[in-house]
Design a protein around this ligand. Structure first.
Ligand SMILES: NC(=O)c1ccc[n+]([C@@H]2O[C@H](COP(=O)([O-])OP(=O)(O)OC[C@H]3O[C@@H](n4cnc5c(N)ncnc54)[C@H](OP(=O)(O)O)[C@@H]3O)[C@@H](O)[C@H]2O)c1
Length: 218
């Protein structure tokens, strides 16, 4: 699969990119600045010993050639980034990693007017560009080292099973267990849980508290 990670130069996106490249996917890091994406892509290739396919491009160029596009930018910039790639996204699945946080109180759950960052993205993009959410509750502290075993589950929300299946496969390829968490309307809960986890991190002085769903057979 060709995966574009918009904001793939950042903490969360670069870690996911590393894991997907390691699993054999072709990954393109997207950035507002192509040179920055190329530089980070080079670093990721070097970390994995050069046996992988990671390149960098500006966000629209990355989205244009991808089969699936991952959005991994701060909530405050999601609409401007989506606006810059909207034409390239038509007919493709967008997987949002975005969490709406309102600094400085990032441990306080907060919902945008649309209900969630993902609902806001879906409403902005329209029905031709389905949105699913995944990886909101996975700390970059765990994702960054591809050899590290991630215990936290990836809660996936979306309105079509086939779209959630794609995100689930990418979670598995990144070494994580995916759990279908219902329709996109539930994204508000999944996004909100991240603020809860940040608060737990602060109170327990740890870097990556996570969520594990119990009672499942698999
Ligand atoms: N970090 C985590 O542990 C974690 C965990 C779960 C979910 N998330 C969510 O995942 C998303 C990405 O998190 P992150 O920690 O990777 O973020 P980040 O490192 O702060 O930013 C990611 C990328 O977004 C772009 N960006 C940053 N500020 C921007 C701005 N003002 N306008 C436009 N683009 C901007 C930058 O790419 P370019 O400069 O290359 O364009 C940056 O490398 C966020 O929504 C976050 O809440 C993060």
């Amino acid at each position: 699969m060709i995966i574009a990670v918009l904001g793939g130069t950042g903490e969360q996106g670069s870690g996911l990119a590393l894991r997907w490249a390691r699993a054999g996917h072709q990954v393109i890091l997207g950035s507002r600045m192509a040179e920055k994406a190329e530089r980070v892509a080079q670093e990721l290739c070097e970390r994995l010993g050069g046996q992988v396919h990671v390149t960098g491009a500006d966000n629209p160029s990355a989205a244009a050639v991808a089969d699936v596009v991952v959005l991994s930018v701060p909530y405050s910039s999601q609409l401007s980034i989506l606006n810059s790639v909207r034409d390239q996204l038509v007919g493709k699945l967008l997987i949002s990693v975005v969490v709406p946080l309102r600094p400085p109180k990032v441990s306080h759950a907060w919902r945008p007017e649309a209900g969630s960052a993902a609902m806001e993205a879906q409403s902005f993009l329209g029905a031709d560009i389905p949105v699913v959410v995944a990886f909101q509750n996975i700390s970059s502290a765990h994702v960054a080292d591809p050899a590290h075993e991630v215990e936290s589950d990836v809660l996936i929300c979306g309105d079509k099973s086939e779209h959630k299946a794609v995100a689930g496969r990418l979670a598995a390829d990144a070494g994580m267990r995916a759990v279908d968490a219902g329709p996109l309307a539930n994204a508000s809960v999944v996004e909100g849980l991240t603020a809860v986890l940040i608060g737990i991190n602060i109170r327990h002085r740890v870097a990556g508290a996570g969520i594990r769903i119990t009672g499942l057979s698999g």
